[in-house]
Ligand binder design. Structure first.
Ligand SMILES: Cc1cc2nc3c(=O)[nH]c(=O)nc-3n(C[C@H](O)[C@H](O)[C@H](O)COP(=O)(O)OP(=O)(O)OC[C@H]3O[C@@H](n4cnc5c(N)ncnc54)[C@H](O)[C@@H]3O)c2cc1C
Length: 493
């Protein structure tokens, strides 16, 4: 790159989207500085270490490995130059409301036999469901996720997409689509759970996202060495190798705009100037930082009408003794799980019959807990914006522990040696997350995806771009990594 086309770029936030954008822009020859509010990279994918226990604070499923392969390949590297990944077996355990369980292994024959055991003909149906999911996944990877699309015309000009649109199932709700394949409610639950990764319920997600079934059962679920934080550290290292400078404990406090461009980035008393600013921070928060509110692309009041991703009530637990009934990933689904979705999306309240996810990386990685102990992350999806205080959090934590002891037939409370609670107010305070949403902004309903999602370029501030789950392509670790590619491509335009 010639000296004149080399730009200075400030990236606000070192989440996956910030790390990806920073490394890729530096590879293109730009001078990149990352300003991160907290003391470590990763954003929602942070890490807590306490009394010999290590916890991934947020994401725990390593999926779509080709996204990471493609990111590292940009630098002539492979993920294995930084970390190894190991397939999980089983990939995850599902425990149903009646106490029975099913293990999904990702082995086609085993999973088909499991489905057939619930419903005659379900093995064949699963094969067909995953074939259709694979087709949608390939369309998404080849024609949607890695492309900047600014208008309906970009969608209409996307020949691959048009050609395959009859197979994509854009408008049909996911639940209706799934019911065509499986009648048994347990099979529907297994197939639909992964919509939580998109911040959706089976009622408000389009059937396009049945590709998530292929993502987990077809492509596999992996554990990266060092947990998801190991991936964060690898991406930080790649960025540093490209010359990116990281400044931690540096919250950006305002963005001063002059003549339609950000002129100065303020971190308290410290000032930075740059040709471009890429914000990986929450979209609402970023636009709150602008010196004039008329410069917002999305007026603040519009956010109240949107469907946010759920928040999460999280417990990080160090537990004495072993818990063999829990796998690396265990999902508990209540019998009436629609009620829990209604508590999250329709009538926000603290769930009393929740579905719960438990991550136990000590099943796979002995370094994350002292010998003879387990490390657990317990996650209950809850509505964003619910009220809470310390007393309520303790009360709800006790309720969830009693609930899990009863539903999973395990002993927890008397064996807990480390306990941390992380919930709505922590998401808001630690990450500046709007209404304390957990996954990063808007749920993937139809009109909050693709060209209808908040764009990665401000409409009013010429040098302001966005990366991460809040913008395109959307929620999740792989998609946040892809968002960095899209920002890099914007600056090449
Ligand atoms: C409990 C939980 C479990 C999840 N599980 C999975 C999973 O298994 N698989 C999956 O794919 N996804 C999962 N997700 C979602 C996934 O973690 C997120 O979608 C993704 O990590 C978001 O990345 P991001 O790039 O948007 O950045 P974020 O992680 O949102 O990071 C943004 C960064 O900006 C910083 N920042 C904010 N304001 C400022 C400021 N003013 N100045 C400087 N810095 C600032 C923040 O401190 C933060 O570091 C999970 C999320 C949670 C919370």
């Amino acid at each position: 790159m010639s000296h004149s086309s080399q730009k200075s770029v400030i990236v606000i936030g070192a989440g996956f989207g910030g790390l990806s954008a920073a490394a890729l822009l530096a590879k293109d020859g730009h001078r990149v500085t990352v300003l991160e509010k907290n003391s470590q990279p990763g954003g929602r994918a942070g890490q807590i270490k306490r009394d010999g226990f290590t916890f991934d604070m947020g994401p725990s499923w390593y999926m779509m490995p080709e996204v990471f392969d493609r990111f590292f390949a940009e630098f002539g590297k492979k993920p294995s130059d930084y970390y190894s990944i190991q397939p999980l077996h089983p990939q995850y355990r599902v425990v149903f409301g009646d106490g029975t369980h099913a293990d999904i292994t990702g082995d086609q024959k085993e999973d088909e036999a499991l489905f057939e055991s619930y419903e005659k003909g379900a093995a064949k149906k699963l094969r067909q469901y995953l074939r259709e999911g694979e087709l949608k996944y390939r369309i998404a990877m080849d024609s949607i996720l890695y492309r900047n699309m600014d208008s309906i015309f970009d969608l209409a000009n996307n020949w691959e997409l048009i050609k395959n649109s009859p197979h994509v199932g854009v408008l049909e709700p996911m639940h209706r689509y799934v019911k065509k394949f499986f009648s048994h409610h347990k099979l529907q639950q297994i197939i639909e759970y992964n919509l939580v990764f998109l911040g959706c319920s089976p009622q408000n997600a389009p059937a396009l996202f049945s590709m998530m079934g292929y993502v987990d059962m077809g492509l596999g679920v992996w554990y990266p060495e060092g947990g998801l934080f190991g991936v964060v550290k690898a991406m930080e290292q790649v960025a540093q190798e490209q010359g990116v400078e990281f400044v931690y404990n540096s919250p950006v406090t305002s963005l001063e705009v002059e003549d339609g461009r950000i002129h100065t980035v303020h971190c308290g008393d410290t000032k930075y100037t740059a040709d471009y600013v890429v914000s990986n921070a929450d979209y609402v928060h970023t636009e709150d930082l602008l010196s004039e509110q008329s410069l917002r692309t999305i007026p603040r009041k519009h956010w109240q009408k949107k469907t946010l991703t759920p928040s999460a009530f999280l417990l990080y637990l160090g537990v004495k003794g072993k818990l063999p009934k829990l796998q690396h990933h265990t999902l508990y689904f209540g019998t009436d799980w629609q009620k829990h979705f209604a508590d999250v999306f329709d009538h926000p309240r603290w769930p009393q019959e929740p579905s719960v996810y438990i991550n136990k990386t000590s099943a796979t990685d002995p370094s994350v807990a002292p010998k003879g102990h387990e490390n657990l992350m317990v996650l209950v999806p809850i509505a964003p914006g619910l009220e809470e205080n310390d007393m309520w959090r303790e009360h709800y934590a006790n309720f969830i522990l009693d609930f899990l002891e009863a539903k999973l037939d395990i002993k927890l409370k008397e064996n807990i040696v480390v306990k941390e609670i992380f919930s709505i107010t922590d998401f808001a305070e630690r990450y500046n997350s709007y209404a304390g949403n957990a996954l990063g902004g808007l749920a993937h309903t139809f009109f909050q995806s693709a060209i209808w999602r908040p764009a990665n370029k401000s409409k009013k501030v010429a040098n302001l771009l966005f990366s991460g789950a809040n913008t395109v392509p959307g929620i999740g670790v792989p998609t946040s990594v892809i968002s960095g590619h899209l920002v890099r491509d914007r600056l090449r335009m």
